[in-house]
Design a protein around this ligand. Structure first.
Ligand code: FES
Length: 166
């Protein structure tokens, strides 16, 4: 009888530890995938990127489309056609819809690339389609304007226009 009680206690203790671990994992996942604070009005989405740290990936929605924003790591290559700076911080963004047949690719933060599970399409961190995979072109970049540490999606600013000319 005493043995059963001890076993029950161990089972409950182990269950409790597992539940706490699972809850901690969910909190960490939520933090990673939380959309950025944003305000939507009249076709514009204003996104605050001030909390983003190097390597952070986040997403928001603009006119019904998923838009990702990545703050690149300091040692990452700067691609003038796909990246922009706010101070020393380098960001890249794009509409996260596969240019093959419209699936939503998944960002892999370890490999720093996007994988489209529909037909095996790949895009690099700058949203450029990887040769030899189905997507025919890079992710589209939404027009945007930089306003302090905020991005206004839907408005064409100097950073966006510089990307188009690069
Ligand atoms: S829809 Fe993405 S690879 Fe086909």
């Amino acid at each position: 009888m005493a043995e059963i009680k001890r076993r029950d206690f161990l089972g409950m203790a182990l269950g409790g530890v597992t539940a706490v671990g699972a809850a901690a994992s969910l909190v960490a996942m939520k933090r990673t995938w939380d959309p950025l604070p944003s305000v939507v009005s009249a076709g514009f989405t204003t996104v605050d990127v001030s909390s983003m740290k190097e390597g952070d990936f986040s997403s928001t929605e603009w006119r019904g489309k998923p838009v990702y924003i990545i703050r690149k790591k300091a040692d990452a290559e700067f691609n003038a056609a796909r990246d922009f700076k706010i101070g020393d911080a380098v960001f890249t963004l794009g509409i996260q819809i596969c240019t093959h047949l419209g699936c939503i690719p998944i960002f892999d933060s370890e490999k720093e690339d996007f994988f489209c599970p529909c037909h095996g399409g790949r895009f690099n961190i700058d949203g450029i389609n990887v040769p030899g995979t189905p997507p025919p072109s890079p992710f589209e970049i939404p027009p945007f304007k930089v306003d302090g540490m905020k991005l206004v999606l839907g408005e064409s600013g100097s950073e966006y226009e510089a990307m188009l000319k690069a």
